[in-house]
Design a protein. Structure first.
Length: 593
């Protein structure tokens, strides 16, 4: 067996050093507010985190590292994004606090710094982090305090002033740090949606392009073009793109732009059609502003099929330019993953997609055959290798594939995909998912962060981040990541997976009855969902409902005949021994041996 160590040969726990923008926030006077009304304060903090901080950080390309009580630590690749995020948070919070009684306002203090960090097992450390925390501490309630490096990098690129606070002697920091107060020159307004309208990114849903050829066999052309446009737009930090699974829920339905916008929470809706005749292809596209129902861009293209990849680039560029003319001036964006040299390889991958968006036990190898064929046709097609690695990961998770072979072959495929196209988020996602099953939390989170850096709107990466946290025993963080995924993909037809992960989070947190409820919903939606049946069985056993537990175990054995206590002990990805012991106890009570 070939080893798949490659780029991930570093063992869990070894630190990785890099430069980033560091963002810290906490609530001014939180202890006083808790003393006045403990439950009410916690409820309001949770609401503000859910409705303001988490989505605003996500929209601006940031990643939350951890939360501690009323505090939050996040990281950004861009200083500009971090500062804009801070201003948007404070603008929205000022609007929310306007109706609060004196003394009950929940004002956040935010500090931002740029520094060299050490990253280890999903956390970050170093002087840069410590300085950020101290800058947050000297920020005014509702204010933003930044270091000189942040001011230098952002000045002239944002419409904010930086008031010099002079050299600051910060606690436990050896040398004084020059600090600046951020002052918004033209404050943004808060629109009816609750977003800061001049700062919020344009949001768009790409509906499945209709097949107009009359040949059902050509359905994959429209689906493939839609997939690639979503992927390309998602890589643009200037646009918030609804995930593919939610928009494909509208496939074949007659819906208005206003209805789509209302249900998915977007401003723009892109639709179109594809007609293939012989070796020619006609594609039409139209972009509507759902707030006015006006079409702001429309075009049709008649091209040889051989030009399909150039055509996708052109459509994507025109749409992006229509919704944000300054998008390309602001950033030098590389919107498109490397296209395959062979149209047939692309077609194989698109046809394989229905076999990828599933977590159900399956004997059908059609998806695997199609992806292997795509690799044969185009050895440099990174996406084909990423998706094949993903299928291997799901089969390992379900116990439907030899564990060692699935992990080894999957990592080899994922590593090769990343080598071929490091900017494709799917390679990092597949690698991370496989890492969860070898209980390697650090590398899994690292690869998921890499995936989200390349596509901040990648809902599935958030889902896998949620289950990774759950397996590590961090149930509440896992649940929070699911909430973010739900906002990115409100009508995701992979909802059974989200429900099953929710159930796992409840089980880890000791909420066994809630776990049973979530897992019941998951298996009702997808009766052959093996991992959901396993968690349902364990949770039911722990609640003492042995009838449900035994019924669940029968389904588990139907879907995974080799399931045993020994298999769970050796292969289940729960990292903490105490979590694994509870899980196994629930299965024992159900009758598993």
């Amino acid at each position: 067996m070939i080893s798949a160590e490659g780029r991930w040969g570093v063992p869990t726990g070894q630190a990785k050093r890099r430069l980033c923008a560091i963002f810290a926030a906490d609530v001014a006077g939180y202890s006083r507010l808790v003393g006045i009304d403990e439950e009410g304060t916690l409820s309001r903090l949770t609401m503000h985190r859910r409705d303001v901080l988490d989505p605003v950080i996500l929209r601006n390309g940031g990643g939350i590292v951890k939360t501690t009580g009323d505090g939050l630590l996040a990281q950004f690749a861009s200083v500009i994004d971090a500062v804009r995020c801070a201003v948007e948070v404070q603008t929205l919070m000022a609007s929310r606090n306007a109706s609060e009684a004196d003394g009950m306002r929940m004002d956040f203090r935010i500090g931002i710094n740029v520094g060299d960090i050490l990253e280890q097992d999903g956390d970050i450390f170093g002087d840069g982090v410590n300085i950020t925390a101290r800058l947050e501490g000297i920020a005014e309630p509702g204010g933003i305090c930044v270091s000189a490096r942040v001011r230098d990098d952002a000045a002239g690129k944002v419409d904010y002033a930086f008031d010099d606070m002079g050299e600051q002697a910060l606690k436990n920091i050896e040398h004084p740090v020059r600090a600046f107060r951020v002052r918004v020159v033209n404050p943004p307004t808060v629109g009816p949606s609750g977003q800061a309208t001049s700062l919020g990114k344009p949001s768009i849903a790409v509906l499945p392009f209709q097949n107009m050829s009359g040949d059902p066999e050509q359905e994959y052309f429209g689906d493939g073009i839609t997939e690639d446009i979503i992927t390309a737009l998602s890589k643009a930090r200037g646009v918030l793109v609804i995930a593919r699974n939610s928009t494909f829920a509208f496939k074949g339905k007659a819906v208005s732009s206003r209805q789509v916008a209302r249900e998915l929470g977007v401003r723009y809706v892109l639709g179109g059609s594809v007609r293939k005749a012989g070796d020619r292809l006609r594609v039409t596209g139209h972009l509507a502003d759902a707030t006015s129902d006006n079409h702001i861009w429309a075009e049709h293209y008649d091209r040889p099929i051989s030009d399909i990849f150039a055509l996708q680039d052109e459509i994507t560029a025109n749409v992006a330019a229509a919704i944000e003319p300054q998008l390309y001036a602001a950033e030098n964006l590389r919107l498109q993953s490397k296209p395959p040299e062979s149209l047939d390889a692309w077609g194989c991958v698109v046809r394989a997609m229905p076999y990828i968006w599933t977590w159900v036990s399956q004997k059908d190898d059609t998806g695997i055959v199609l992806l292997k064929r795509a690799i044969e046709l185009d050895a440099g097609y990174a996406r084909a290798r990423s998706l094949l690695a993903w299928i291997f990961a799901t089969r390992v998770a379900l116990g439907n594939m030899d564990f060692e072979r699935g992990v080894s072959d999957g990592l080899i495929l994922a590593q090769r995909a990343i080598d071929l196209d490091p900017d494709d988020p799917w390679g990092h996602l597949a690698a991370a998912y496989i890492f969860t099953f070898t209980r390697r939390f650090g590398p899994a989170v690292e690869e998921l962060n890499e995936s989200l850096q390349r596509n901040p709107c990648f809902a599935l990466a958030r889902v896998i981040l949620a289950v990774t946290y759950a397996y590590a025993g961090l149930a509440e963080e896992g649940y929070r990541q699911l909430e973010i995924a739900s906002r990115l993909s409100p009508r995701d037809f992979a909802q059974p997976a989200n429900l099953s992960i929710e159930g796992l989070c409840h089980l880890i947190a000791g909420r066994y009855a809630d776990a049973v409820t979530a897992e019941r919903r998951a298996v009702q939606l997808r009766p052959d969902f093996g991992t959901a049946w396993r968690t349902l069985t364990a949770a039911a056993g722990l609640t003492g409902d042995l009838e449900v537990a035994r019924q669940g175990l029968a389904e588990c054995k139907r879907l995974q005949p080799n399931l045993s206590i020994a298999w769970v002990e050796k292969y289940h990805p729960l990292i903490r021994a105490e979590d694994r012991a509870r899980y196994i106890e629930g299965l024992r009570l159900a009758g598993l041996e």
